[in-house]
Design a protein around this ligand. Sequence first.
Ligand code: IFM
Length: 768
Amino acid sequence: MSDIWSVETKTLATNAEAVMRNGNIYQIANGYMGYRGTLDEYGRSELVAITLAGIFDRVGEAWREPVNAPNGGYTKIAVDGQALSTLTSSVSSHHQTLALRNAIFGRKTSFALGGKRVTIASERFLSAAEPHLGVIRYSISSDRDADIVLETGIDGDIWDLNGPHLPKLSAEMHGDTLVVAGITHEMGKCVAVAESAAIGFGLEHHRVDGNRNLRVVSFKAEAGKTYSFSKYFAVCTAADARDKTVPETAIAVVRMAKAQGFDLCLSAHNEVWAAKWAQSDVIIEGDDEAQHALRYSIFQLLIVAPVDGSGNSIPARALSGQVYKGAVFWDTEMFMFPFFLHTCPQKAAELLRYRIRTLDGARRKALTEGAGFRGAFYAWESQETGDDVCTYFNIGDPLTKRELRTHFRDKQVHISGDVAIAMWEYFKLTGDDSILLEGGAEVILECARFYYSYAYFKKEKNRYEILDVIGPDEYHERVNNNAFTNVVARTTFEIASQTALYLAETHPKAFKDLVQKIAITQELPLFAEAARLLFVPEPNPENGLIEQFDGYFSLRNVPVEELKSQRIHPDEYLGAGQGLAVPTQVIKQADVVMMLSLFKERYPTAIKRANWEYYEPRTEHGSSLSACAYAMVAAEFENLEFAYKYFLKTARLDLDAKYKVYVGTVFMSGSHPAANGGAWMTAVFGFGGVNANAEQVTISPRLYKSWRSLHFKLTYKGDSFDIHITHDSVAVMAEASNQQTRRFCIWGQTALSIPGKRVIIDRAEKVA
Ligand code: IFM
């Protein structure tokens, strides 16, 4: 690592596996689209994809997935009749970079060609200021005179997992602008890409070559001279076109950008990026590795934050491709949302709007799943309508090639509570009730209604139970009284009652309209009763252990590695019907520990430690969501070595890209925004010890030994604070524009943060 603001390599990826992993590591995105980190000349076999947010398509019986746009960034050259590609030509040097400050992907490659050295360099960005726009600067030079043919334009031959989604692409030229457009199968939505380039050299002509719409420029390169041009492409879909057709809309974006030129486009882009980092950077002094990995994690979240007003959310593999159907999981609310809530609440609100927008899908699912339920049962895998795209047979067995029945869709009921909790957290920490009024309150009440209809009242025990579910640990399906799920459900009942109370008091008209609209008046008292009577597995008074679900402690205790050694195939899935982990205590990911991390105020440190120590050796960490929960809880009981180990594991996950790419027969590669969010949470909540609630912000730092300081911004109740933590002190600087004095509790001492003032609290007992 030569610079903590960039990712780079001088090693050229030459095999398919490395090209695929680099595509993830070096991706850029701007919330509207993601562009995999592939080279200019690459095509479908190198997994080139520009994945679009919020537009999906299904071909035949295959999985429905996001649409990839034709590649407007395509450029390839031939020198003296020989096409250049890093994959087939002789490369003498290669340098590839990703700038984290402003999401610019760059490459410089020199080729050795019969005694000539030809160098191409390019940099590209997806504009943070104009979400439809991609901008590229490309240059060519040769140390000897050379005959060069440059082809640049739009390549419609792009990677799809279950495509092609845009059959019968049309290729046109409108003045100086190339256009490739197509219509999706399922919904008949148009996707158009326009491209224009300012090439001031050579002889240009237009050529359509299969699915490629190209401008071809022939020129004689003089030795030592650099030939550069800028290129602009725009992607638009049916959802973006207002008073023009979709292609016309894309053309207008491209022409505007070309008229402005590369430098102006870049400065508009940079300005947005500077504001993003000013709001959300976390500075770790004393540990460059942690700093770099954390910054990369934050970068990953910033590039995929939805465009304001889009009503989109962030899929589990972000915009790095079509894996996981481009679907939104609980990952968003539980792992990514906290980052946005504490640094950029308007993006957090956007994520919640997506759930409000898809409430009807959740209602449909509740009605149709199993015996039929009431309220809102959110999709386990959610696309644009909120209908569940998780299939009942969601994993393929690599041995038999048969599809395995999994119950992620119908039994992972904690998803509704995860959504409801996020709605309420937003209100608590921003003090802004607009999301509740926009539909968030309706979501919360409908989620409570769902749990009430799902819960079972056990008369002889005078308690409600939640039976037949999957908790976060997906290796144990159809279990009863999963501790995590039950606490989530109880919390949902509690916040439903609080929501009703709050609205009735502060917005009586809106409350009246809402209860009438969803006819819920009679049920409100039941939610309060259910919150009181719902059974939640409590810590055993003798050893403090919380049983993950009824009967878990009676399962076979087998060491994780021993269990894994019994696999016949390395990709064999350990859960589902006959999975090796099913009769054992081996769990896929944090479950009880996830609960302890999420509901940290409800459990004392000793209980956290006892359960962490019990469950950690039994956890496979087979999900990218696991290690950060263990890291955060370990930090709470000051096992900082473990906290650090799991922090780095989480923060480096996408950077190292060494994750498994197959689970069963399903291709799972891509980026892991939940882990990125987990890395931020571990730094700020875990090591920083930040815990905000409606009354105050608590800061109980436990910095890792090599960290001299931890420095970050925090947004709380609409006010902004700069927090600087060392081993001995915490300084809180309140922005002058803050509206109110806010209460902080630092190392147990109350500190009032007055607008425009800095308050410093020293640790009473200095660290030795
Ligand atoms: O949501 C997760 C789940 O908890 C474990 N399997 C992968 C999903 C998507 O990241």
